[in-house]
Design a protein around this ligand. Structure first.
Ligand SMILES: [Zn+2]
Length: 247
């Protein structure tokens, strides 16, 4: 009789420990889920994608600005060369070096043509300068947005790291508590609990509260509750088959 009582007591306290194990496992699951679904991490992912897009846009805008700058250089060079030529020809025209009227006429026509060319180049240059202003404005606004979102992402990154490491600290506390609880429970009881937990949505053991299984929240028939209370020991819920701990 003494031995039997001792076994029953041991079993009852082991079963209580299974409930403790269950509560640690539930906390570990909850924390793991929280770690995977941090709102801040999701937002950070969005920001990172936006930053990648902005970097691509910036690279395109930089290329465009450089292309426009090359156009501008080319046009300015052509205008300067045209100016030098006009100066040379006008010098010849007004120096008196050319006196033949036919030659003078040809020279005048040449200067007029050079001036028309110059005016065309200047029109093009003005267009390019307008384009350059647009390209610079685009580049500037993209850079500002990149800087603003970059700063937001950096801050959020720190926040995510803080939250994650706080969760990890909590997780490791629960895991070490779980290990210590598991060491109080016979191995076969632990493996029964674990195999039920694996197939029952993370809950392997539940307490009987009044006439209700807290695993499946089902009221058990009065006779069944009576039997459970009378028998004690390792029992399982008739409805959900989880380990049912009768206190
Ligand atoms: Zn149940």
């Amino acid at each position: 009789v003494f031995r039997e009582v001792l076994v029953m007591v041991t079993e009852a306290s082991a079963l209580e420990r299974v409930l403790d194990l269950q509560s640690e496992d539930a906390a570990i699951n909850r924390l793991g889920h929280r770690r995977e679904t941090l709102e801040e991490a999701a937002r950070l992912q969005e920001l990172t994608a936006t930053l990648e897009e902005l970097d691509a846009d910036l690279s395109i805008a930089t290329k465009q600005r450089d292309e426009i700058a090359r156009d501008q250089d080319r046009l300015e060079g052509a205008i300067a060369a045209g100016d030098a030529k006009i100066q040379r020809e006008e010098h010849r025209l007004f120096s008196g070096a050319v006196s033949n009227p036919k030659e003078l006429g040809a020279l005048q026509a040449e200067v007029a043509m050079l001036k028309r060319q110059r005016a065309e180049l200047e029109d093009k240059l003005l267009e390019v300068m307008v384009q350059r202003d647009g390209a610079m404005a685009t580049l500037e606004s993209l850079s500002e947005e990149r800087a603003r979102i970059g700063a937001e992402a950096a801050e959020l990154g720190r926040k995510v790291e803080e939250l994650t490491s706080a969760i990890d600290r909590e997780l490791s506390e629960h895991k070490s508590r779980r290990d210590s609880i598991a060491s109080d429970i016979p191995a076969d009881l632990t493996s029964l609990y674990e195999s039920i937990r694996d197939t029952k949505g993370g809950i392997g053991a539940a307490a009987l509260e009044g006439d209700t299984c807290t695993g499946c929240h089902t009221k058990l028939p009065a006779r069944e509750v009576e039997r459970l209370r009378a028998e004690g020991g390792l029992q399982r819920c008739d409805n959900c088959r989880r380990i049912l701990v009768v206190r």
